[in-house]
Write a protein that binds this ligand. Structure first.
Ligand code: ADP
Ligand code: MG
Length: 730
């Protein structure tokens, strides 16, 4: 038997078909290690058989039943293969449906006995099993053979044709051949917390003999990532503590001057946040602060004043926005508010390179020249997109003369922090000083979570909106009243207003792997399946078609989605801003900070599919101008939780309240956007567990106290490097 290592490519393991390898590759699994760290989402308990008469909707269950009748048909709308069977045991019978797996009819003939495991759903014609897994049994004797040592069968997230059965098979090939791996978690920590060591834990998580074993292994893996995460952030903190930052004078005259330029008074929280920031800038230690505040709470101006004060002390500041649109917006804000500010401000994006010298003096220049002006220190504030700090062969493209402050707007992305570090490091190389760092986010993050993910940062919070804002009228619209809502929208648009329509992005994969299809009741009373593996652009396109052709053929409807080219997006957005279109149908692309004061309607389709914090963000896109604004939530879901959640949105006083709720209901992944943070799912789930966070923290501190260099923990050091490399990926 050939042995394998974690690094062994799966392609070189005997007995795994190339087709399967290709499918695994699609979800990023290429090595033995990748595969073994692909964890089950749940386990089927095959030792626990439920009688059909005791099945309840919403549960996962295993039954043992005989196939009474089985039939195959194609759904006539979607041309999807449907196998439908009637199963019976001594207690009763139940219907089961498989979508898109026509071969099942061959495998499971009438009269066959089998185990079925899946979720019980309820439809118009009563309860049924949806896409259950099955194991045919010919007689009692082969049950042992089916489940040799363990009765808990791992169920993996099923995507793109990867079945749990297939993954179990491959893991069965790999796990027994794995050369014992050294545990990177120090033994003292394992012992103290009674965590299983790594080789055992891997076995237990994929092929548990008992559920205790499986739980212990999962605990270990949850710990593992929180431990690594916090080890990383603590080390980073230690590293930063040793560095020096430029001290930026708290310049009262300048602040008075800036306040005098504003057309409004800052709110109390704005002032407090600004004070906290300016106090940090004074210190010789680099600031690492997150400025949080609801959409529209006025974060930009705070960062702008901080950036300008930095330049007053002779240092440069860089201001980064997530999109070209926002970078432009910020640049114009600076210009408008502080037209007589004495220092040149530059704008650098993929499309524009401009410099503003005050008093209406603006010049367009070549990118190269602008960069030169930044390098020689003439341009004091540079505004641009994240592309500003994009890596090019390991180094940042832009050289600053003496960078004092980095501001990153709408930073709910983990990766940005790392990229900003690049700039910090590079700036340090030139002057020996590390610039201060300020990030801003409208996604409120509960403190424990923020500290765990972003490291040891300080938080400033703007928790009030500028006075005089009209509350946005928010309504959950009953599907029956859809036409009325459309009529209302038309009325507002006739008055010259504009509307956003947000469509959900439908995920092609569900947590349990069995929601690849959505169920719809058709007229005949049966169920038809709708493939929900739709891409987000498709839902937007369909909605766009519907609205532009059927509902509002008389209005100008535009669309915006993530698959469009950057230029197209930019153009669509600026057209909307300039009122060249009336309705913008979009995906969550518009979630981020765009300011269109004339848009007064936010209509959200499939509202149940969004997190509360996200819905809150969408709603914040309107209500920025003088007119009364409205938010309409459409949902097809009549479930109680959806109702409760949407109601929470109607009632919540601020985004923080909602964020806490979201964290509770859907977990940090939903709150932060799992793809955005780049953290593995398991970490995301672990982040929901405060006790585990604490344990990870204490353990990390303990280890660093003993050996901050990690020289005596080589396996840990290596694993930490890999972990860091993994989460850098965006
Ligand atoms: P966000 O915090 O979402 O980034 P912005 O900085 O874009 O919010 O501010 C939203 C709007 O509120 C801007 O048009 C800005 O000029 C305005 N604004 C900011 N602070 C105040 C204030 N204290 N009073 C009135 N309007 C303000
Ligand atoms: Mg903003």
């Amino acid at each position: 038997m050939n042995s394998v290592f974690l690094k062994t490519p799966l392609a070189s393991v005997k007995g795994i078909g190339p087709k399967f390898i290709a499918k695994l590759e699609k979800i990023g699994i290429t090595s033995v290690g990748d595969l073994l760290w692909h964890f089950p989402v749940r386990y089927d308990d095959w030792s626990h058989i439920t009688d059909i008469k005791n099945l309840r909707p919403g549960e996962y269950a295993v039954i043992r039943a005989k196939v009474k009748k089985i039939g195959f048909r194609k759904s006539w709308i979607q041309k999807l293969a449907i196998v439908e069977a009637s199963l019976e045991d001594e207690s009763g019978s139940i219907r089961t449906i498989w979508f898109g797996q026509p071969f099942i009819k061959r495998v499971l003939g009438e009269g066959k006995q089998a185990f079925f495991s899946g979720k019980v759903l309820s439809g118009k014609r009563g309860i049924f099993l949806s896409n259950p897994a099955y194991e045919v049994v010919s007689d009692e004797a082969n049950i042992k053979e089916l489940f040799p040592q363990h009765e808990l069968l791992a169920i993996y997230p099923e995507t793109k044709g990867l079945t749990s059965k297939g993954i179990r098979f491959v893991i069965g090939k790999v796990l027994p051949r794995l050369i014992n791996i050294p545990d990177f978690i120090p033994e003292e920590i394992l012992k103290k917390n009674r965590f299983p060591e790594i080789n055992q834990a891997l076995k237990s998580v994929h092929c548990p003999k008992t559920s205790e074993e499986e739980i212990a292994a999962k605990r270990r893996f949850a710990f593992e990532e929180l431990f690594l995460l916090q080890l990383g952030t603590l080390l980073e903190k230690k590293r930063l503590a040793k560095t020096k930052a430029p001290s930026i004078e708290f310049n009262l005259d300048f602040i008075k001057w800036a306040f005098g330029r504003l057309p409004y008074n800052l709110t109390f929280s704005q002032k407090r946040s600004l004070y906290e920031i300016l106090k940090d800038l004074e210190r010789h230690q680099p600031m690492n602060r997150l400025l949080q505040g609801d959409v529209g709470s006025g974060k930009t101006v705070i960062a702008a004043i901080a950036a300008m004060e930095t330049t007053e002390s002779g240092y440069q500041a860089v201001f980064m926005a997530p999109t070209e649109i926002l970078a432009n917006q910020h640049y114009r804000t600076f210009q408008k508010l502080f037209s007589d500010f004495g220092h040149p401000i530059g704008l650098l994006t993929a499309k524009s390179s401009l410099a503003f010298y005050g008093d209406g003096l603006e010049s367009e220049m070549r990118k190269k020249d602008l960069l030169k002006e930044v390098e020689n220190g003439k341009i004091k504030i540079l505004i641009g997109t994240h592309a500003l700090i994009a890596k090019s062969s390991g180094e940042s493209k832009i050289k600053f003369n003496n960078l004092g402050l980095i501001v990153v707007d709408e930073q709910h992305r983990f990766g940005v922090r790392q990229r900003a570090e690049l700039v910090q490091n590079q700036a340090r190389k030139s002057s020996g000083l590390v610039p201060h760092f300020l990030s801003m986010s409208a996604t409120p993050i509960p403190r424990t979570l923020a500290i765990t993910i972003f490291g040891d940062l300080d938080l400033s919070t703007i928790d009030e909106l500028p006075s005089g804002r009209k509350p946005i009228i928010t309504k959950i619209v009953d599907p029956l009243n859809r036409d009325k809502a459309y009529a209302f929208i038309r009325g507002e648009i006739r008055k010259g207003r504009q509307a956003f329509v947000i469509c959900p992005r439908i995920e092609s994969q569900s947590e349990s792997g069995d929601l690849v299809y959505e169920y719809e009741n058709n007229e005949a009373g049966g169920l038809s399946a709708k493939k929900s593996g739709w891409s987000e652009s498709k839902t937007v396109k369909e909605e766009f078609e519907k609205l532009s052709k059927k509902v509002f053929p008389d209005l100008r409807v535009a669309m915006l989605h993530g698959k469009m080219k950057a230029e197209e997006k930019q153009k669509t957005m600026s057209d909307f801003k300039e009122q060249k279109s009336d309705i913008l149908v979009a995906t969550s692309v518009v979630e981020v900070g765009v300011d269109v004061p004339n848009a007064v309607i936010m209509m959200i389709e499939g509202a149940e599919r969004f997190g509360l914090a996200q819905l809150y963000q969408f709603r914040g896109r309107v209500g920025r101008g003088e007119h009364q604004s409205f938010c309409f939530l459409f949902t097809e879901s009549s479930s109680e939780t959806t109702g409760q959640r949407l109601k929470a949105l109607l009632e919540a006083k601020n985004g923080f309240e909602l964020a806490e709720k979201d964290l509770e209901i859907r977990g940090p992944g939903a709150l932060l956007g799992a793809e955005q943070t780049g953290l593995p799912d398991t970490t995301m789930r672990a982040l929901q567990n405060p006790a585990m966070i604490k344990l990870g923290r204490q353990s990390a501190e303990h280890i660093l106290e003993k050996d901050a260099s990690l020289r005596s923990y080589p396996a840990l050091k290596e694993r930490l490097e890999k972990f860091k490399a993994d989460i850098h990926l965006e």
